[in-house]
Ligand binder design. Structure first.
Ligand code: AVJ
Ligand code: FE
Length: 426
């Protein structure tokens, strides 16, 4: 959405998104914010700095006379933009005890202030490109808000103290609603997928293009923890015929026997959540599944994963409503159960709650061209060896998601809020 046509002013939206990042990390101390539990996850402090670096590098650099706030940050907080410079190695981000958390917050305030001044002085009126990149920077920050939660959740899950990231939780769903066991059928035909309209979308959602869909069905509710437990009880993790070859190799090599945050004590199961370890809620959508686990579950259930085109065609007929981070946290750090929403349309929880794995490889749409320059590195160069996920999660903000949104992760990734919606032939 354009900064100029939005109901809120450009600076209001900027303030709101930047402050939400800080709200999410309010309970994360300096030690917490420095640790890195694996190469794929980054320290909270690094996320706070990198999102700031993005605005400094891609927006403030367009303002005449901008001097770097700290020249060392150019490499330290560059994630992967090789055309900007040589990034500090990703697996070593957890050794960066300096700059301190306080210094990173100072960096955030400095960039916020300079950017606020530039906007007030008419930057966006003079430079339409700057306006678009600020919006990209805010969407980027919203992606990192979700990564902040999933990355620190992973780190805390390893700590025997099992600390809470958010005292009130976010993924800790009360077991109230019974899942809908029905299916919705979709007719054969020509459909269009991809981005259209004036609202913001990433380059990877374009060009919009036609697809031909055979008749198909989607399950009305995503797979629940209770259903996934039945897969485990039926020896799902010990039956090679249910798994892709690479998936089976991973199960063996990593010793997988349940979803990453689940634990069995005698007959009872618990799950590590953002609120700490809690009893497993059987009605909640299963999350933190890899593509391999999602695919094996679907095969065990006699179904399959949807393609991204099947998912998007169905999503075009649904309201974009659901359990999102900003909705759940509207009243502060503890989400109120009453804030939880069901989405409009036959498919429940299509948006929010958990990302849904599709069987589609993350590939360019026909005619896709990454934008020129460093920002062309944002999405396009990752179109290899990853799968598309759709719909957003409880850690996504509601104004960050849309039917055409393409998230992507490698098939063995388990630390995201990712689950399964079953598909089948009609
Ligand atoms: C779309 C979530 C895979 O994690 O690298 C962050 C999001 N892009 N900064 C990622 C992203 C640039 C991206 N994912
Ligand atoms: Fe980034």
């Amino acid at each position: 959405m354009s900064l100029l046509t939005e109901p809120q002013s450009a600076t209001d939206r900027f303030e709101r998104v930047r402050r939400f990042t800080e709200q999410l990390t309010a309970n994360i101390g300096p030690e917490d914010s420095t640790i890195q539990s694996m190469a794929n996850a980054s320290p909270v402090k690094w996320h706070l700095a990198h999102t700031t670096w993005f605005f400094e590098t891609f927006v403030l650099s367009r303002v005449g006379g901008h001097e770097p706030i700290d020249p060392a940050f150019e490499s330290l907080f560059n994630s992967y933009y090789n055309t900007v410079g040589v990034p500090f190695p990703r697996p070593l981000r957890g050794v960066l005890s300096r700059p301190t958390l306080e210094q990173v917050h100072k960096y955030r305030r400095a960039v916020d202030q300079r950017l606020g001044e530039a906007i007030a002085e008419g930057l966006c009126q003079r430079d339409a490109g700057a306006e678009r990149i600020i919006e990209l920077g805010l969407q980027h920050e919203q992606q990192h808000q979700e990564l902040i939660l999933t990355d620190i959740k992973h780190a805390f899950s390893i700590n025997p103290l099992q600390p809470a990231v958010l005292p009130g939780g976010l993924d800790n769903e009360p077991a109230s609603e019974t899942p809908d066991d029905g299916w919705t059928s979709y007719q054969e035909g020509r459909r269009e997928i991809g981005h259209s309209g004036d609202c913001f979308a990433y380059d990877n959602e374009s060009p919009r293009h036609p697809v031909w869909l055979s008749p198909y069905r989607l399950k009305n509710s995503p797979v629940t923890c209770g259903e996934f437990l039945a897969f485990i009880a039926d020896d799902g993790y010990r039956r090679p015929e249910l798994w892709l070859s690479e998936g089976w190799n991973t199960v063996q090599a990593e010793g997988w026997s349940s979803p990453i945050y689940w634990r069995r004590d005698g007959d009872s199961w618990s799950e590590f959540t953002l609120a700490g370890r809690v009893a497993l809620d059987l009605n909640r959508p299963a999350t933190h599944l890899s593509y391999f686990e999602a695919d094996a579950y679907a095969r065990w259930a006699g179904a399959r994963l949807p393609t991204e085109a099947e998912w998007e065609a169905a999503a075009q007929m649904q309201a974009v409503e659901g359990n999102f981070a900003d909705v759940l946290m509207a009243d502060g750090l503890a989400p109120h159960p009453a804030a939880r929403r069901r989405s409009g349309g036959p498919l429940h929880r299509l948006f929010g709650d958990s990302w849904e794995w599709t069987s589609s490889s993350y590939s360019p749409y026909p005619g896709y061209r990454p934008p020129a320059g460093a920002l062309g590195e944002y999405n396009g160069k990752f179109m290899c060896n990853q799968y598309v996920l759709r719909g957003g999660s409880c850690a996504t903000s509601s104004d960050h998601i849309r039917p055409s949104y393409r998230n992507f992760f490698a098939a063995d990734s388990r630390w995201q809020f990712a689950g399964v919606r079953l598909a089948a032939e009609a």
